[in-house]
Every structure is written in C-alpha cells, then in structure tokens.
Design a protein around this ligand. Structure first.
Ligand code: ADP
Ligand code: MG
Length: 566
C-alpha cells in the first residue's frame, strides 16, 4: 500500500482505542467534562452496562452555540491554549480528544445551553446543529457504544461487570469533588445517590457510602504539610486490612490517579504493621504545585510523572509510617479491633495460639486479685493491671473503664520486634555470654544461611560459629532473648528465612531476620506468667510504637468497657 494520510474519522477511531476502552471510560470522560464545567449536580443514566446508553447531564457552564460543533472536533479544547498552560493545568481535560473519540465509536448527541442563551442547541453525529429545550448546562447522550468496532465489543464483559467499572469511576470522581451532587442509575434503578457534602459529617457520610462504614470506623484522618507538599485524607488502621488492594484511592491535585510510586510509598508506610499478604485501605489526597507533576504522561491521565519523585515518595512514606507508629494503646474506646474472636474465625490468629486445648481458669483467686488492684490511672496505664491468664493465651487486665484482653504472643512478639529493630539500628546491644555454648544441628543450607546473616546476628549481640557442615554453636545472645530456648528458636528462624512465608514488606526492609526472631522467641501459648511479668508486658506495650498490632498485623489487644459487659 502507498503511504497516505488517514481520514479524520479513522484517526478518531484509532485515538478512541486509547481513551475509550469500555463504557466506564465514556462515563469517566463525560463526568470529568461536567466537573471541568463547574457543575454542582451531575446525573448519570446508564442502560445495559453502558453499551446501550450512557447519558450524563450537568448544570455547568454550558457551551455557546457557536462553539458547540467545535466541541466534537479533534484537538479542540477550551482548557489550554499554549504548551506553558500544561504546566499549570488544573482541569481534568486538556487534550480535546474525548468527545470526538467517543463520537467516532458510538451515536453521540450533545445538548447544551449557557446561562444567558435564549434556548439550547443540539449537535450530534452527522446532523446539523438544531435548537432544543434544555436548562442551563449540558447533556451528552452516547448510544450503541462500539456499534462500528466489533473487535472492541468482543472484549466487553457482562452488564454487571461493566456497571462495576462505571461505578468505580463515578465513586473515584465523587471522592475528588465532595461539593458536587452525583447520581447514577442503571436500567432505571438507582445505584449511587450522593448529595453535596460540605461539612465534615457530610464528607464522612459520603466516604462511608463509597468505602463502607467499617472503613470509616477504623479510619484515621491525616494531614501533613512539608516542603510544598500536602498529604491529607483518611487511612484505615492496619487491622482493617483487605485481601485485595481495592480500597486504595489516590488523588493528585484532585485528579484520581493510579500511580505505582504512590502505592508503593503507602505500602512502605504500612510495613511492619500489616498482616502477611493483606492490603492497606486509604483515601489520600496529594497536593503540590502542578508544575511539579506531569499529567500528560498517559492518554487517560491516570498515570503521572513527578519531577522529583524521590521527595514525594519519602514524604508519603514518612507521613504514613509516622501516623501508624502512633497506634499504641491509648485511651481509645474499644481497642484497635472489633473482636479477637472474629479473627480466630477467619483463621488469622497465629498457629501457636489456636491450638489452645487447656482448660479455662484464671491464675490465682480472681476476686482477691481484683480487690487488691490499684485503681489504674487511664492516662498513665491505659492497659490497666493484670488479673490473670485465660486459656494460656490471653492476659486479662482491669483498666480504668473495663476489661482489657491482650493476646500475649502477639503483644510480646511486637515488643520484641521493636526492641530488636532498635538494636539493629545501633542502640548498644547488651549481649549475654552463655556459660555453655548451645550446639544446634541444622541442614547444610541452614548453616550457610546462618553464615550469610552473620553480620546481622552480630549486630544484635549474637555470636554464632559454624562448627562443621551441619552444626552451629551459639556462644552469646542478646540479653533480651537470654531466657528463651535459643537452640530451638535459631533452628526455626533459619528454616523460615529461606521460605517465602514472610510478608514481602518485611523482606524489602531486610527486617526478615528480626521479624522471624521476634515471632519465634515470643511467648508461646500455655507459658504461664506471673502477675508482675504480665504487668511488665502491659507497661512495655504502652511504651512501644505500633503496639496495637503484632508484625503480622494481628491485633494485640482489645477493650471491653464496663458498659459493654453490662
Ligand atoms: P477536553 O476536556 O480535553 O478539553 P473534550 O473532548 O472532553 O476535551 O471536550 C472538548 C471541549 O468541549 C471542552 O474543552 C469543553 O470546552 C467542552 N465541553 C465538553 N463537555 C462539556 C460540558 N459538560 N460542559 C461544558 N463544556 C463542555
Ligand atoms: Mg474532557
């Protein structure tokens, strides 16, 4: 074939391939246009998953009659006029591609009226502009999507799936513009109805509608400003982690984006507090000078490029990890979780804790212990004072306003892990020389693993020598672990270091060894504790960062208030 210039219609259809993937993309583009036009109310009607009909009506600025045909022309936009403008663009659109692209793969009609106009005008595929009846604002109607692109049609999924994509786009945009009322109906059935949200309570109501009430209940509201960057929004406590990364919303200057850099930075912020294989949940807004971010990196503008990605990454990561390290026991009403029982049912409790078959009794006469307890000061001792042990698993403590239940393994694991981290970070280790070296039989690979981690072990205060191919001698241990059966712990740790069981974020950080040590040396079930030992653990938890979860993200404690018990 000779080289030739493509027909405009074909160019649009090719461009549509990038921008319009499915009905959800049509809705995204049309709603973005409505928001760019300053709409206060947007009504979206969809039929048959959006394939039969996508209609978006807004009460925005409208389009003047003379410009209406231009809106459907390629590369026609009212949002930028020079390359420089791109540096400061705050509108969703600027490429002037969405409407012509959609029009080239569907039957499109657009009716619009500006505030001062006598009446509205309507334009559409092929037809001349004609007068029409319409209040100030714009309605775009898209029918029979991909009727002329059978290849695309084949990729469409069920009505329900396409509706899900649509809903997702609408929800994301709803979280970017709380001040706009948004409604979505599918086959005449209402799917989303969000009134304008101006105050905090209304915004939280919208948040709960989009992300669920559970999310809102466990959400911490955050805001941090530094070096021209502002991060705000809501992050769920780690105990509300999800099996899917489906509740992660990022907005840059109000634009919903999917950006790996931001997702990774957030994940890093949650490291150490998230259960293995679980995903954090959050709605986060990053604001910065538009010149510091290039939104023209992708046709659908969901991906962006930062000019100084390192500082953005560090800012996000540090902000989240700071907020999350504050999740230690405090006077909050209920403890970090709804109930430990729930986690046992869902199989998230640790292996060591689940096989609790011992009979239930309290250590010591409970009533006497209660009577003798000092009245705990809720500020100073939010976890209260120990009453005894339950099932060899839980510590029961009397707090100012009720009963505190502590998962002793999970709590001890977290406390140990944080102490090991401080040792690894250079806090002077207090090693304890063993009177008799402990000799451990291991496999050849495990012995090699011990050698590979020699430096790390040494930094913590261990002295471990390889005696021969399959034997190690432990001569010295960190004082904080001196009372554990180090031979057994080391064997477990070396076995585990090679496996992929550990959560990735811990591996990322080279904290795998510490986490494994903490888990393996933490108190096992059925280890009986004296009251002073239990109280020491409670005080240690109160001092320890991130003490609300063990490093698998399991909650370490919960509180039942007297009112709950009543
Ligand atoms: P872009 O949004 O990138 O400018 P579009 O093809 O989406 O490109 O829209 C082209 C132009 O049509 C916009 O720049 C805007 O001027 C006008 N327009 C589109 N939709 C609306 C609307 N709902 N209200 C007012 N003007 C609109
Ligand atoms: Mg647009």
């Amino acid at each position: 074939m000779p080289i030739r210039v493509l027909e405009p219609e074909l160019i649009s259809q090719i461009a549509a391939g990038e921008v319009i993937e499915r009905p959800g993309s049509v809705i995204k583009e049309l709603v973005e246009n409505a928001l760019d036009a300053g709409a206060r109310r947007i009504d979206i009607e969809v039929e048959k998953g959006g394939v039969a009909l996508c209609r978006v009506r807004d009460d925005g600025s409208g389009i003047a009659a003379a410009e209406l045909p231009l809106a459907l022309a390629r590369h026609a936009t009212s949002k930028i006029s020079a390359l420089d403008d791109l540096e400061h663009v705050v509108s969703f659109g600027f490429r002037g591609e969405a409407l012509p692209s959609i029009a080239s793969v569907s039957r499109l009609e657009m009716t619009s009226r500006t505030a001062g106009a006598e009446h509205a005008w309507k334009v559409g595929s092929g037809a001349e502009a004609a007068p029409a009846a319409h209040p100030a604002g714009t309605t775009v109607e898209v029918r029979d999507l991909f009727f002329n692109v059978p290849a695309r049609r084949k990729f469409l999924r069920s009505e329900a799936t396409e509706l899900q994509h649509i809903t997702r786009h609408v929800e994301r945009l709803a979280l970017s513009h709380f001040d706009v009322a948004i409604q979505l109906t599918h086959n005449q059935r209402r799917v989303i109805a969000l009134p304008v949200a101006t105050n905090r309570a209304e915004r939280e109501e919208r948040l709960a509608q989009v992300c669920g009430g559970e999310f809102l209940n466990s959400a911490l509201q955050i805001e941090n400003v530094a070096a021209g960057l502002k991060l705000s929004g809501w992050i769920a406590q780690p105990t509300f982690a999800r099996a899917q990364p489906d509740l992660q919303f990022w907005f840059i200057n109000g634009r919903p984006v999917r950006d790996r850099l931001l997702v990774n930075a957030a994940r890093l912020g949650y490291r150490d507090v998230l259960f293995h294989g679980r995903h954090p949940a959050y709605v986060l807004y990053l604001e910065l000078d538009p010149a510091r971010v290039d939104v023209n990196a992708h046709p659908t503008k969901q991906e962006v490029r930062f000019r100084d990605s390192r500082s953005v990454h560090d800012f996000v990561h540090r902000t989240l990890s700071q907020v999350l390290s504050e999740t230690r026991p405090r006077g909050h009403a209920r403890g970090p979780i709804a109930g430990i029982a729930q986690l046992v049912e869902s199989g998230q409790m640790g292996f060591a804790l689940r096989d609790a078959s011992a009979p239930a009794y309290l250590a010591g006469p409970a009533s006497a212990a209660v009577a003798a307890l000092p009245q705990p000061d809720p500020e100073q001792f939010p976890l209260g004072f120990a009453l005894g042990q339950l099932h060899g698993i839980y510590i029961l403590a009397q707090a100012a306003d009720g009963l505190v239940v502590v998962d002793m393994h999970a709590a001890h694991e977290r406390v140990t892990y944080e102490r090991l981290k401080r040792l690894a970070a250079g806090e002077s280790a207090q090693p304890q020389l063993l009177l008799m070296p402990v000799v451990v039989e291991v496999s050849v690979t495990e012995a090699e693993r011990a050698e590979a981690h020699h430096e790390e072990f040494a930094r913590l205060g261990f002295e471990i020598d390889r005696l021969d191919a399959q034997r190690l001698a432990i001569r010295q241990v960190p004082a904080l672990l001196s009372r554990t059966d180090m031979g057994a712990v080391l064997r477990d740790v070396l076995a585990e270091l090679g496996s992929n069981e550990r959560s990735l974020h811990i591996q990322d950080q080279g904290n795998e060894l510490l986490a494994s040590l903490a888990c393996r040396s933490a108190l096992r079930a059925h280890r009986s504790m004296t009251l002073p030992e239990m109280n020491a653990l409670l005080r240690e938890m109160e001092r320890t960062e991130r003490a609300d979860q063990c490093n698998h993200g399991r909650p370490t404690w919960m509180r039942l208030s007297v009112a709950d018990l009543d």
